[in-house]
Design a protein around this ligand. Sequence first.
Ligand code: PLP
Length: 355
Amino acid sequence: MSEPIRITKAPTLKKKPKDSELGFGIIFTDHMFVANFQEEKGWYDPRVEPYAPIPLDPAAAVLHYAQAVFDGLKAFRGVDGKLRLFRPQKHVERLNNSARRMCIPPLDPELALQSIVTVVQTDGEWVPRMLGTSLYIRPTIIASEAFLGVRPARSYVYFVILSPVGAYYPEGMAPVKIRVEERYVRAVEGGLGGAKTGANYAASLMAGEEAKHQGFTQVLWLDGVHRRYIDEVGTMNIMVKIGDEVITPPLTGTVLPGVTRDSVLTLLRDWGLRASERQVGIDEVMAAHRAGTLTEVWGTGTAAVISPVGELAYKGETMVINGGKIGPLTQRLYDAIVGIQYGQAPDPHGWTLEV
Ligand SMILES: *Cc1c(COP(=O)(O)O)cnc(C)c1O
């Protein structure tokens, strides 16, 4: 798809909300990016057009068999006024990896990057200014063919929508209470856990709801076979610090390859700290807690960057981590990534892309 991107501007623009009143994923900007795929043509007609509902046949495959993928990244308005995307190439690469797993034809990576850059530039005024706020970018591909047979669809729609989002921590980073999930599983080896696809989210809802009713923020997922090894926390990657080692589960297919996860591992290694990608059992975590060597636990993801875990509940036992307070490494990692995102700190790995 080497066609130029066509731009159709919205005839009237929406009223923008105040930066202090932004939530998450409620408000959408004036424009969106759209491209279509047909088997005979490949991806075609890349365009920016006014934000609007997408016409979809009720028989569209995505509505029945969940053949869809998405990604999530952010644009930040820096302290210098410049707009920066955080690791957009890495997100494009992951979107295509998710697509392959779901038998969706991948996008030309150049075009996918260009689609994000172009729509963010078009709606650049929508990137909020208050520190901590950002423009959330949601690239999505859905199977649009009207056909009820079970096989990969022959037509798709790719779209990118944008949503200004408020500071994840308006009152500063806050540790959360997590319940270790013993009943439900999110993903199994060979399944969809490594792909960013709505089906994983549908599978996770019930556990999340039950945890919330019991006063927890989210669940810690264990592996689906042994119900022993930790996988992810809610929709974030998990990291535990035991002694001087930071441990996160390896990418064996049940864990989503988080861009924040990768950024944190890189920073830890830059700083000369020990960062391991290996399986870690909940029994090992509990033993470390009893021994006093489990010093910090946090989740990583684009929305929050870092989410400190203050409490882990498992089999009637509550592990309070670092007195329920934010640990020093948790804080250092958060500050380092946010500093790069807002152009306050040097970017030695070239993670940001100015738009
Ligand atoms: C998106 C996602 C993450 C975090 O990935 P980032 O690239 O860091 O935002 C972790 N786990 C799941 C299940 C996800 O969907």
